[in-house]
Design a protein around this ligand. Sequence first.
Ligand SMILES: Nc1ncnc2c1ncn2[C@@H]1O[C@H](COP(=O)(O)OP(=O)(O)OP(=O)(O)O)[C@@H](O)[C@H]1O
Length: 238
Amino acid sequence: MTADNAIELEGVSVLREGRTILGDIDLTIPQSRVALIGRNGSGKSTLGRVMKGLIRPDVGRVRVHGLDPAQRSFEALSVAGFLFQNSDHQILCPSVLEEIGFGLRENGWSRQEAEAHSLELMARHGIEAWRDRAVASLSEGQRRLVCLLAVLVMAPRVLILDEPFTGLDIPTRLRLVAFIRELPQQVVMISHEPESLKDFERVLWLEEGRLQADGRPTEVMPEFLAVMHRGSEVAASW
Ligand SMILES: Nc1ncnc2c1ncn2[C@@H]1O[C@H](COP(=O)(O)OP(=O)(O)OP(=O)(O)O)[C@@H](O)[C@H]1O
């Protein structure tokens, strides 16, 4: 079955060096706000990358709004946008305007068209004055916003955000939370911060590449936090 407004995974496994990084994941995600939580190394980024098509599963099938995200067509490549945890992994161009228009240029838009479209998006977010600034001269929070706009300019139907709040101060984080709240896209967010998940409809908790729990934040978060705090007590008793 394929739904054109949901992310679907059927029997998805990812294996590396003889280890199961993701094991037999079955999911249908029609909700518009979904969080991936879990301890370090539990497979969250891998699952996000599978949804974006950056990793092809060794076993199983993925469909994002009806498309295989690992297909090389423009439609399939742009169905989901991925915001990397570290903006240095995403930034490819020297200036802000070039960075935001890069994906459009790659997809055959002329420089003029890409710049006009990018500037319009920048103006909507009040940063058109940054057009010629070197991306390297921006703060981490500003770079995160540029990366987010470089993803949004492609008009993806789904946004996958890998720990977008890491390293941001409280005001910048709150601005980003508000920004994400208003997005019309379906959002899948990897986050360790319970505070940022208040608006979320569904939380998927991964443990060692498998689904440990799946439900509303009020159902999943108390148990998750209790287990994580027990983990820290074990660490403290070493
Ligand atoms: N290419 C690879 N080769 C071997 N092992 C890998 C590879 N990619 C990921 N892994 C392993 O898969 C596991 C899951 O990694 P992943 O980055 O998905 O976890 P995560 O939950 O996002 O972790 P974190 O919270 O630390 O970012 C880790 O043990 C990691 O070492």
